[in-house]
Every structure is written in C-alpha cells, then in structure tokens.
Design a protein around this ligand. Structure first.
Ligand code: PRP
Ligand code: MN
Ligand code: MG
Length: 179
C-alpha cells in the first residue's frame, strides 16, 4: 500500500468478482439487443475494460471524455466535453460506464446531452455509488458498491491525475489534498 493511502476500501479481488456479477447481469438484460457500451474517460477506463471482458453478448465500445473536477477535490459544476462519441447511437441501447457517481452532475449533463440522439435506451452502470453527496437526481441502473463520503482513488479514479494506476480502491489521506 502506498503511504498516501489511509485504507484499502476494496481489494483487487473484491472488485474483480463484483465486476463479474455485473457483467453477467448486463449480459442477461441486453441479450439480443444492439448494445453500445460507452466508457466515460478517463476515470472509467479500468472498470470499462474489465466489465467488457465479462459481457458475453455482442456489443460495441465507444468513449466520451468529460471533465468536471480538473485538479480540484470539488466538482466545478461545469462539465466540459473533451471528446464525443465516434459512432451514431440512434436506435441502439446505450450503457454508460462510470467509475463513480458522486454529485451526479457529470452524468446528468451527459444524459441530457445524449438524450437528443434518439437511442433506444440509455442506462448507467457505475462501479461506485456515493449517494451521500448526490445533487442531481439520476437513475443509476447498476452499481457495484456503495461507498462512504471519503476521498477515493485508484482503479481509474484520480486525485490531480495521480493514483489511477492503483489496482485497488483506497481512501486518500487528508494531508495529501489539504496541503
Ligand atoms: C470524476 C469521476 C466521474 C465524476 C463523478 O471524473 O470519474 O466521472 O467525476 O463526479 P460527479 O458525480 O460529482 O459529477 P473527473 O471529472 O474527475 O474526470 P476524470 O474521469 O478524467 O478523472
Ligand atoms: Mn470521470
Ligand atoms: Mg478526475
């Protein structure tokens, strides 16, 4: 464990087995449907890759890049689209993949944005859900774990672009972001 990490919240093994379950559930629900899995860069990249391996039905993979936190620990409330989808989603079933839903501002913006494109459905899967901080009311169809209101990093999730490469999910020590 890194010295900046206060505690490991979810180990690599715990995450892996949960992602397996999510993949199986999603595969059942989308059987026979035209599914587009949309990873939200950059945070979702590890989860999206692991989830994709556990989806056994045909699907496409696409990415969007959005940012609302920048290098801060607080959401700016302004969501910037840095990269749009490559392909058309009209008539397709879209599954947005997120690492964490915190205030919900990122996803509520993204949903509003993608709803104009006449997809057959748009749902959300997030590895982590932090309901204590929710500001925007959004409907999360699948989630892996509920997490406490702590500053979480690892498995794709950053603080100031660092810690994404940790294979587990940990709680960052306060002194790291309060100095
Ligand atoms: C983080 C995280 C989610 C979003 C959740 O992304 O990956 O996308 O914030 O927060 P919210 O529910 O309060 O909107 P960030 O903006 O840090 O970009 P990144 O994925 O590139 O790190
Ligand atoms: Mn993100
Ligand atoms: Mg971030």
């Amino acid at each position: 464990m890194r010295e900046d990490i206060k505690e490991i919240l979810l180990s690599e093994e715990e995450i892996k087995s949960k992602v397996k379950e999510l993949g199986a559930e999603i595969s059942r629900d989308y059987e026979g449907k035209e599914l587009v899995v949309v990873g939200v860069l950059k945070g979702s990249v590890i989860f999206a890759a692991e989830l994709l391996k556990n989806i056994t039905t045909d699907c496409e993979l696409d990415f969007m890049a959005v940012s609302s936190y920048g290098n801060s620990t607080e959401s700016s409330g302004i969501v910037r689209i840095l990269k749009d989808l490559d392909n058309d989603i009209e008539g397709k079933h879209v599954l947005i993949v997120e690492d964490i839903v915190d205030t919900g501002i990122t996803l509520s913006y993204l949903l509003k944005y993608l709803k104009q494109r006449h997809a057959a459905s748009i749902e959300i899967v997030t590895l982590l859900n932090k309901p204590a901080r929710r500001v925007a009311d959004i409907n999360v169809k699948y989630h892996g774990f509920e997490v406490p209101d702590e500053f979480i990093v690892g498995y794709g999730i950053d603080y100031a672009e660092k810690y994404r490469n940790l294979p587990y999910i940990g709680i960052l020590k306060r002194e790291v972001y309060e100095k």
